[in-house]
Ligand binder design. Structure first.
Ligand SMILES: Cc1cc2nc3c(=O)[nH]c(=O)nc-3n(C[C@H](O)[C@H](O)[C@H](O)COP(=O)(O)O)c2cc1C
Length: 262
């Protein structure tokens, strides 16, 4: 069988991408990466076959899927392609994100066979889940993907994958953390080019449009001059509020579709 594994991810600061790479190791076939955070790419050209497998991975923002990822996932075309859904969160909670991802991916025509909630370092409050995914996560995620791989060739009997979440979803309510620019900025324009929301004007990369910015922190992480930063006081205030809930290590979870041998 000439199957391909599509590694589809929205990963502003790289944690989600790392989880996808761990989850892909078990597959010994051609792999194709699709980066949903490329603001210039038209994703409507991607059509997947029935024999292919897609890993669709997003970070959790405010217990939901970031809108910028949802709108691009909607453009993909599955043809009953088996899909593994991955919601990556910063050790607080993933709430309705996995369910929202399942509903969005199903509308794109894929058949959801597994859902994974995985933990990566918090991209705003870096002290939470610091250094994750770590070795222990790597082992768990490899084991998950072996189990998922085991069911990909089998006939499904239960039509729908169950993942936790509320429908209607919780309201998207995130405290905006709009990055600022320091004097180290030499206006190279990399942040404007790479911003998944298009919130940084190319002609003046020192600015950030607050109504467009999704607080994803990509510009902070990629700036070669380290000129972009989040407001320290705001981050500290948020950290204080979340310290208790974010400090206990959360483990990765797997939800598998019920199947019988075909
Ligand atoms: C705007 C924003 C909102 C977030 N909301 C949540 C959340 O609700 N729960 C949580 O556990 N982590 C939350 N996080 C942390 C991210 O889900 C986590 O760091 C993820 O690994 C980021 O993915 P990336 O490294 O691929 O960008 C949030 C991060 C950002 C930037």
């Amino acid at each position: 069988m000439n199957m391909k594994l599509f590694q589809i991810y929205f990963s502003p600061t790289g944690g989600t991408k790392k989880i996808v790479s761990f989850m892909s190791r078990s597959w010994d076939c051609e792999k194709v990466e699709i980066d949903l955070s490329d603001p210039l790419e038209d994703f409507s050209g991607y059509v997947f076959g029935e024999e292919d497998v897609c890993i669709i991975a997003v970070p959790v923002f405010g217990g939901r899927v970031p809108m910028a990822a949802t709108s691009n996932i909607r453009k993909l075309k599955g043809n009953g392609t088996k899909a593994i859904l991955v919601a990556v969160y910063g050790n607080r909670a993933y709430e309705d994100a996995l369910l929202e991802l399942k509903n969005t991916a199903s509308l794109a025509g894929v058949c959801c066979i597994a859902g994974v909630a995985a933990v990566a370092q918090h991209s705003i409050m870096n002290q939470f889940a610091a250094g994750r995914p770590d070795l222990r996560d790597e082992r768990t995620l490899t084991e998950f993907s072996e189990r998922i791989k085991g069911i990909t060739g089998q006939k499904t009997v239960k039509a729908e994958l169950w993942v936790p979440g509320n429908d209607p979803y919780k309201e998207y309510k995130v405290v905006p953390v709009i990055p600022k620019t320091g004097k180290e900025c030499n206006q190279c324009g990399l942040c404007a080019e790479e911003c998944p929301a298009g919130a940084i004007p190319k002609k003046n990369p020192m600015l950030t449009e607050p109504e467009i910015c999704i607080s994803c922190m990509r510009c902070v992480v990629i700036c070669p001059q380290k000129a972009r930063y989040a407001d320290n006081e705001l981050v500290e205030m948020m950290s204080k509020r979340l310290r208790e809930v974010c400090s206990v290590r959360k483990e990765n979870e797997l939800f598998l579709l019920e199947i019988v041998e075909g």
